[in-house]
Design a protein around this ligand. Sequence first.
Ligand code: HEM
Ligand SMILES: [Cu+2]
Length: 552
Amino acid sequence: MTATSPDRAVTARPAAQPPNYLTEGGSTLRSWLLTHDHKRIAILYALTITVFFFFGGAAAAMIRLNLVTPPGIFAADTYNRLFSIHGIVMVWFFLIPSIPNTLGNFLLPMMIGAKDLAFPRINLLSWYLFVVAGVVALVAVIAGGVDTGWTFYTPFSTMYSNSYVILAISAVFISGFSSILTGLNFIVTVHRLRAPGMTWYRLPIFVWSNYSTAIILVLATPVLAITLALLAVERLLQVGIFDPALGGDPLLFQHLFWFYSHPAVYIMILPGFGVISEVVPCFSRKPIFGYKFVAWASVSFTAVSFLVWAHHMFVAGMSVYAALVFSLLSYIIAVPSAIKVFNWTATLHKGWISFDAPMLYALGFIGLFTTGGLSGLFTANLAFDVHVTDTYFVVAHFHYIMVGGMVSAYFAGLHFWWPKITGRIYHEWWARIAALLIFVGFNLTFFPQFILGYLGMERRYHSYPPEFQFWNILSSAGASILALGYVMPLFYLTWSLYRGQRAGANPWAATGLEWTTPSPPPKHNFDKTPTVTRPPYQYRPEPEPQDAQGHA
Ligand code: HEM
Ligand SMILES: [Cu+2]
């Protein structure tokens, strides 16, 4: 489909739009800041996390700038603060809230035929907590920063670091409450507010994914909260919990931290799986292959993600037998991931594929996530991991998944639902160019890091031996392309808000209840609660009569 395809049902109608959630209820700042509408709260979140994304991105740019030539332009201490704030902001203030709180908030009620989330006020509270947490994080940075890395390992963080650890962990602690409230809200909504006929097996995979994410949010986040509270107790009161000099156990911190943080990586990636599972069937014009397997693969992460945390600790000094068990369990977690990749691929097979921007991002996701997942199998291998722990190999692994995968999925979703959310159509060609730049820039940035790690370049150092410079230059060059790719949507998406064509109700001819509403949707989503009679993804594997253009 191209931007001019009649299938988009573009109404070049300059007249006033029918009332929708953007106009109903007022357009004052107050009406936004006190809104209970899940769609407006989604927009508030989107604006907030965009700020954090570029803030974290700025830190990343400085890191890559520093690494162009050893010994770099920043002192070791400044460098430590840069990568710490980069990690903290990207993990807790971008990745974790990214899809659930923006697209999830907007779409979850619409996809199940509900008027809102179960607890609209708590939803707003959740955003306020997030903003307070973000402000505390910024205060920590302005005060002088934190130098522990996003992992806050003890006893460095409790006894030795003289940076603003307490402020930083308070920020993460508060954001945790926001996560828990969102999780609870999603779980109750999916259980209680499904429209008549919306049985579990008629739920879009996006709902299954966000539901599974919500369960992990609720189960894992309290563990992080307790761990950070204990950290604060040791730092402030010198009570021996983690510091061996005080009779504590530093391994305990690592166990507790990763008991949260491994499941948290699935908090970050699962909603991305959900987006891809919507986009791939739509642009292949086929039902998703193996719906039940994909759905249950999502849910299985809520259990298996809690069983592998100690694979982050293979060299930390735990028993070799324990390491063996965690290594084996880590291989198991690859199974549901692989199921998803196989099923998306099978969905593409013999599909009527079109390469619109959301699909380009989605295809990018599949390739990059698979690369990240396969490198995870390398690190899950005990003998190999001893060699690459704390090197750039691990940095490459998780960036392939979290940036190549998750950020691409966020962009796929943002472009896919942009016409629904804003009622406008962005410029397709700019969007395709951005998707391509992001894919190329990403690989150029992070593939060299696999090589660097394998060659032995340690992570978290401001300088490195000269023989590593070649790959570092490539990586920094790639980062410039990547940055350009990330900045472009800011412009063409904003432009579309003012000058873009108006979108019809269903510009992609997609299935799903959200597409049955006007774009942008009215405040209460549905005038009449819909009754669901069919499973999702009832696409026909053939060209729509009008949209033969632009298909490959
Ligand atoms: C196929 C499934 C996966 C396997 C087998 C796997 C395995 C591993 C292992 C063994 C490590 C530790 C390496 C080391 O420190 O030496 C690791 C690190 C990491 N993985 Fe994965 N992983 C998988 C998927 C994921 C996913 C889906 C994400 C994120 C969405 C992720 C994010 C991370 C992060 C953030 C780290 C590094 C943490 C740090 O030290 O800062 N992984 N992975
Ligand atoms: Cu892990």
